[in-house]
Ligand binder design. Structure first.
Ligand SMILES: [Ca+2]
Ligand SMILES: [Ca+2]
Ligand SMILES: [Ca+2]
Length: 84
């Protein structure tokens, strides 16, 4: 699902598209923020605090994307900008 162009690798743009999709899926009340309870429906709730950088009690798209970018960088072990 992440490899949109089917070339066998996941590029950052493909990953970002997935990030935005995942955010929309988790934002079940469509208010542009992921609350702790929305988060807990999709992922282990104990990870929420690490993502809520400003401790607002909600995840903004920026906070979510920042974590997803970190996840991408961590998974891209050879640093070539692709998960392959
Ligand atoms: Ca691809
Ligand atoms: Ca929401
Ligand atoms: Ca926040």
């Amino acid at each position: 699902m992440l490899d949109a162009d089917g070339d066998g690798a996941i590029s950052k743009p493909e990953f970002d598209t997935f990030s935005n999709f995942a955010f929309d899926q988790m934002d079940t009340n469509d208010n542009g923020m992921i609350s702790a309870s929305e988060y807990g429906q999709a992922l282990p709730a104990d990870g929420f605090g690490d993502l809520d950088l400003d401790n607002s009690g909600d995840l903004s798209q920026d906070e979510f994307n920042m974590q997803m970018s970190k996840d991408f960088a961590a998974a891209d072990r050879d640093g070539n900008g692709l998960l392959d």
